[in-house]
Design a protein around this ligand. Structure first.
Ligand code: PLP
Length: 404
């Protein structure tokens, strides 16, 4: 038995630090088992670790607190996001809750008015239990943002692009103002991944991921992570995750790292497909609006072009025919699958009004700009021609229903 466990954390040499993120994603931690020379890092499927001798562990003692497979995923994510470290947890919601766990009763959280539905529910539930106060604001509304920053919030949470309308906010500008007001800044980077956006380089203190989406990318794991810019934040979050037991399972971490190996080529191909789909949709008469930051007509195009290194593979569009048109469309598609979630290799379509945003009151949905004819697409790795043909066929079904 070798004495030094394969602990990837903190062991970066100057050379490995300089490696490009594509190389980090594809190779971080390979050939790290010096017993057999396994190229792929082993899955440490164990709940507990033998002590070397009395009073001395080998660095790991119990998998809730620490596990080499989970730590290797955390180390890879921290490198990709440019953070001091990361904590891998059981879901994206657990990741958001981990950041919120640092707040106290008198603290204020500023969140986007159009944040992810699960985030809205969590923030509202914790506020109602008196854990902290929350203000939901349109962060592109300069006056509303100024007013809420005067209340000295402890945390400003950003989500860009937003779901499902792909609204974009300027991370660097908001982070600067939030920090001047004494707040910490957290960015939910789930929709883009570090391949396309690195919030810490734009001033964020925390990056949150639902690794369920692009990072794993194969729709077979639910998981989450928080990456922190500051070492002391990493330590505090890591200790709390172990205390509450929300740390992710080693097997899930192994699968997520396996998915993450191909993050860059997946997202490059998926966003190329998304650009083609967005472009195609803008030329269809049944389509009233297309929401994709890559389109020059999109309100967030300039900011997205500046702060992102690509426009991503998520988009939404509004069918002029409303609910019935949306029904016809989703009943006609064959390459796209009607399902929630996103970021996998397969293309998915969601009808927000009856699925992801069904719990919102109709009036609130309208206020948020989510019409009954709105459809959200997560574009996958299929051949571009198959995606476009599928959409064309489904739009023809919409037209034929409209003119019987
Ligand atoms: C899916 C998602 C979450 C929640 O993640 P889970 O892994 O489902 O818990 C949070 N934020 C965004 C933007 C998401 O898309």
């Amino acid at each position: 038995m070798h004495e030094t466990p394969d602990k990837p954390r903190g062991a970066a040499t100057a050379a490995s630090k300089a490696r490009a993120p594509q190389t980090v994603a594809a190779t971080n931690g390979i050939v790290s088992n010096d017993v057999f020379g396994a190229v792929t890092p082993p899955l440490y499927l164990t709940s507990t670790f033998a002590f070397k001798d009395f009073e001395h562990s080998r660095g790991y003692d119990y998998s809730r607190a620490g596990n080499p497979s989970r730590d290797l995923l955390a180390d890879t994510l921290a490198r990709l996001e440019g953070g001091a470290g990361a904590v891998v947890v059981s879901s994206g919601m657990a990741a958001i809750d981990l950041v919120l766990s640092q707040l106290g009763r008198d603290d204020l959280v500023v969140a986007p008015h159009d944040c992810y539905g699960g985030t809205y529910r969590l923030l509202a539930a914790r506020r109602d239990r008196g854990h902290f106060d929350v203000a939901f604001v349109d962060q592109n509304d300069a006056e509303a943002l100024s007013a809420v920053l005067k209340r000295a919030p402890a945390l400003v949470l950003l989500e860009t692009p937003s779901n499902p309308l792909m609204r974009v906010v300027d991370i660097a500008a908001i982070a600067e103002r939030a920090k001047a007001a004494g707040a910490k800044v957290a960015v939910d980077n789930t929709f883009l991944s570090p391949a396309l956006q690195r919030p810490i380089s734009l001033g964020a203190d925390f990056v949150i991921h639902s690794t369920t989406k692009y990072l794993n990318g194969h729709s077979d794991v639910v998981g989450g992570a928080v990456i922190a810019a500051d070492k002391s934040d990493v330590e505090a979050l890591s200790a709390w995750a172990s205390t509450t037991g929300v740390t992710g399972a080693p097997f899930d971490a192994y699968l997520t790292l396996r998915g993450l190996r191909s993050l860059f080529p997946r997202i490059e191909r998926q966003q190329a497909n998304a650009g083609a789909v967005a472009d195609f949709l803008t030329r269809q008469q049944q389509v009233a609006a297309v929401h994709y930051p890559g389109l020059e007509t999109h309100s967030g195009h300039a900011v997205a072009a500046r702060q992102q290194s690509g426009f991503g593979a998520m988009l939404s569009f509004e069918l002029a025919g409303g609910l019935e048109a949306a029904r016809s469309f989703v009943e006609a598609v064959q390459v796209f699958t009607l399902a929630e979630s996103l970021g996998g290799v397969e293309s998915l379509v969601v009808h927000p009004a009856t699925m992801t945003h069904a719990s919102m009151a109709p009036e609130a949905r309208r206020h948020a700009g989510i019409g009954d004819g709105l459809l959200r697409l997560s574009i996958g790795l299929e051949a571009e021609a198959d995606l476009l043909n599928d959409i064309e066929t489904a739009l023809a079904a919409v037209s034929s229903r409209r003119q019987p």
